[in-house]
Design a protein around this ligand. Structure first.
Ligand SMILES: [Zn+2]
Length: 322
């Protein structure tokens, strides 16, 4: 055997190792995978734009085995056979691997940047989304489950929300689809405790502002977009490190405590009248304050923990918005 053959044997064997490792850790994330979720993944692939991939891989594998059966007549180097087999099986492995994270977001460029940042921080595990970006990046394409039939998105998104260990919502763009998804998440006791809401670095979350009736008084996890991938890295790592399912309340994992999502009120220092900040109470998890343009006197005021207070939505509605 030549050195070049040995080299390719090593490369393809590493590919197998990468896939086995991903399945092993995915199994831990799920606390044991079921055949049901794997069967679902086949269905989701079939509904998505990647539906040609599995039939193509099947045909390629079939042809490969056929050629192999003729091997006595057509001598092909066994390293090529080995490589084709590994690539074919990898295509299956990757496409049906259940996701560790489901990202719910609008189809804006910034959501794809968030997707890629998270993808690179979760130890080779899978993050999936259902987006329709204008320019697809190839690493994103493999994990996009956007349905071919647009009206079918709920038949993929809802079961994925149910089964995926971690849901991430990009709350920075309030499109009707994301608002609907968040309303659903906040309506189900099994969904919102496993959801991380990504806000602007300031804590501002336009989507949460649209669903205030559902968010009222609920303890939810919010994190600024600049710190989201770091938080998710810690969450995933703690779960697969052998300590089993880690409760989100564990403080050593959660730098960010869960706070009830409530509006913030401030008194104008000039007129003494009350107005509502465009931020919610979760801002205190990621920053110590900032400035707001006062809707009463028109000046810009500095706010911090000492001069703001949270209030129920019903009360906050009576005051002008900064
Ligand atoms: Zn003022």
């Amino acid at each position: 055997m030549s050195y070049i053959e040995i080299f390719f044997y090593v490369v393809f064997t590493i590919m197998i190792f990468v896939h086995v490792r991903a399945w092993y850790f995915t199994n831990r994330m799920y606390g044991g995978l079921s055949t049901e979720i794997i069967a679902d993944m086949f269905v989701f692939v079939r509904k998505s734009f990647k539906r040609w991939m599995l039939p193509l891989a099947s045909i390629a594998l079939f042809l490969l085995l056929w050629v192999f059966s003729l091997n006595s007549q057509i001598p092909i180097p066994s390293v090529i056979f080995y490589g084709c087999l590994v690539i074919g099986l990898s295509t299956f492995s990757w496409n049906i691997q259940p996701p560790t994270i489901l990202l719910l977001a609008s189809s804006k460029e910034e959501s794809i940047d968030l997707f890629l940042a998270i993808k690179h921080s979760i130890l080779g595990l899978r993050i999936v989304a259902l987006l329709a970006p204008s320019q697809e990046k190839i690493t994103f394409y493999m994990d996009n489950f956007r349905t071919v039939d647009d009206s079918e998105w709920r038949t993929v998104a809802y079961p994925l929300m149910e089964k995926t260990p971690i849901i991430v919502v990009d709350t920075r763009q309030a499109t009707s689809g994301v608002v609907e998804e968040v309303q659903r998440i906040l309506s189900y006791e099994n969904l919102f405790p496993k959801t991380v809401f990504v806000t602007f670095a300031s804590g501002y979350a336009p989507v949460l502002d649209k669903v205030t009736n559902k968010a009222i008084g609920k303890s939810i996890i919010t994190v600024g977009d600049n710190e989201a991938s770091d938080l998710l890295h810690k969450l995933v790592k703690s779960r697969i490190s052998g300590r089993g399912i880690v409760d989100y309340d564990e403080k050593q994992v959660m730098k960010f405590e869960r706070n009830p999502y409530l509006p913030l009120l401030m008194d104008c220092p000039i007129t003494g009248k009350t107005f509502r900040l465009s931020l919610n109470s979760s801002v205190w998890e990621v920053s110590s304050g900032g400035t707001a343009k006062c809707p009463i006197c028109g000046d810009t005021h500095e706010f911090n923990r000492s001069n703001t207070r949270s209030a129920p939505f019903a009360e906050a509605q009576n005051f002008p918005y900064a």
